[in-house]
Design a protein around this ligand. Sequence first.
Ligand SMILES: NC(=O)c1ccc[n+]([C@@H]2O[C@H](COP(=O)([O-])OP(=O)(O)OC[C@H]3O[C@@H](n4cnc5c(N)ncnc54)[C@H](OP(=O)(O)O)[C@@H]3O)[C@@H](O)[C@H]2O)c1
Length: 253
Amino acid sequence: MSTLSFGLNENVCIVTGGTRGIGLEIARVLLEQGAIVVICARKQDGLDAARSSLNGGDRLMAVQAHTARSEDVDRLFDAALQRFGKIDTLINNVGMNLITTVIDADPALWHKILDSNLNAAFLCSRKAGQIMRRQHRGKIVHMSSIAAHRAAPAMGIYGIAKAGIEMMTRVLAQELAPFNVQVNAIAPCMVKTTFSKAFWSDPALHDHIVATIPMGRLAKPIDIVYPTLFLCSEASAFVTGQTLNVDGGASIV
Ligand SMILES: NC(=O)c1ccc[n+]([C@@H]2O[C@H](COP(=O)([O-])OP(=O)(O)OC[C@H]3O[C@@H](n4cnc5c(N)ncnc54)[C@H](OP(=O)(O)O)[C@@H]3O)[C@@H](O)[C@H]2O)c1
């Protein structure tokens, strides 16, 4: 447990995709910080496992929801609002990639990747933004990727979706600025999770990727957590529309 304090006690935080990887680690540290946490995912077994591993008691709510489906997103936010009475923070963490070139991609694959990244983030931020505008208070953090900033093999459609998320971050930041709602994004390099296992489990590919990161290693989920919590906290009260690269220096070389 860290001694860092982000002043998030009693803040109600929704973490989409909170059952493994980066989202699970964010949920864990938010609970340590005294926040009330709502996680969602598609699979009930993942939600059950996360609930028992997080051990958050009444301060944790786990909702089965597919964030690319507007009826699921409405149900998720309505349930959180009904139980806790407010939503302080949305961490729009859901994302997925299917390995393909853009030029040969089946249109169905294109739609699937756009749906689970860009459309899902739109549906959740739209719902959260409407609630936060009424509250005159809120924080939205989008999970982007450094794949949004350069053409990377096998990650083309994903990079296009994440680039859209970064533009949406700026647009929503501008729309919600008069209502005391800040909208920012985090862009990690490769993080060791299930999501990226196809890349880091191949030793040659792993070493090739690490060679592009000045700090000489892949990120761990915890490396992403604290910069995210900074963007959820009052310490970032005058920061909006920004993307923070959390990449061990990968973007500077
Ligand atoms: N890992 C990396 O190298 C890396 C690098 C840069 C950025 N990122 C971004 O960081 C975020 C988290 O990545 P991660 O590595 O932690 O991924 P992960 O280990 O694959 O976890 C993804 C989480 O999202 C849930 N999920 C996926 N699609 C969903 C949907 N449509 N609706 C609801 N829940 C959904 C999953 O549960 P279910 O399967 O049960 O739905 C799971 O809880 C993503 O946005 C990713 O693009 C990751």
